[in-house]
Write a protein that binds this ligand. Structure first.
Ligand code: DAT
Ligand code: MG
Length: 171
């Protein structure tokens, strides 16, 4: 017989399944301009306060090779060489953030690529005035996120953990 307890259990299993299906990870980097301008805590704070979970973080000066691989999709664009030089010009804060629909959500927190188009309230809208100094990078899709996380981090640098208040973040 199907009891009330079974129903609750089934609902919980569905919720758990739904939650796991919607869990995503994205690669976020504070570029050298964001680091130089003292915006690290401001930027990390926006992702934290939104409710996403930090699963990896490190500071590094990217090699030219790493920057070229990261921006490989733009290799034929006229700004490619300046972009690579800029990204490898100083410390970058490389991070992986996790949460439901975090890839799209992070892009919204970041704002449009061109600061003239990025809305006030977004990171670029609040802190950037030039496309070549737009503070922050975020993966633009699932495949890109996987590629970038693997490019910047080793598997053992990613922390699997749960926030103590996770039931207050996701129903
Ligand atoms: P996003 O960083 O929003 O994903 P993108 O992938 O189109 O944007 O470009 C990567 C970076 O390259 C972008 O953050 C800044 C730089 N860039 C893009 N278009 C540019 C342009 N027309 N002139 C100079 N830099 C540009
Ligand atoms: Mg991009």
């Amino acid at each position: 017989m199907f009891t009330c307890q079974d129903a609750t259990l089934t609902t919980n299993i569905h919720k758990e399944f739904f939650y796991l299906m919607n869990q995503e990870r994205t690669f976020i980097a504070i570029k050298p301009d964001g680091v130089q301008r003292g915006l690290i805590s401001e930027i990390i704070g926006r992702f934290e306060k939104k409710g996403f979970k930090l699963v990896a973080l490190k500071q590094l000066i990217p090699s030219i090779q790493l920057a070229q691989q990261h921006y490989g999709v733009h290799k034929d664009r006229p700004f490619f060489s300046d972009l690579v030089d800029f990204i490898s010009s100083g410390p970058v804060i490389a991070m992986v953030w996790e949460g439901p629909n975090v890839i799209v959500s992070a892009r919204k927190l970041i704002g449009a690529t061109k600061p003239v188009d990025s809305e006030p309230g977004t990171i670029r809208g609040d802190y950037a005035i030039d496309i070549g100094r737009n503070i922050i990078h975020g993966s633009d899709g699932e495949d890109t996120a996987k590629f970038e996380i693997n490019l910047w981090f080793k598997e053992n640098e990613l922390c699997d953990w749960n926030t103590a208040d996770c039931e207050w973040r996701v129903e």
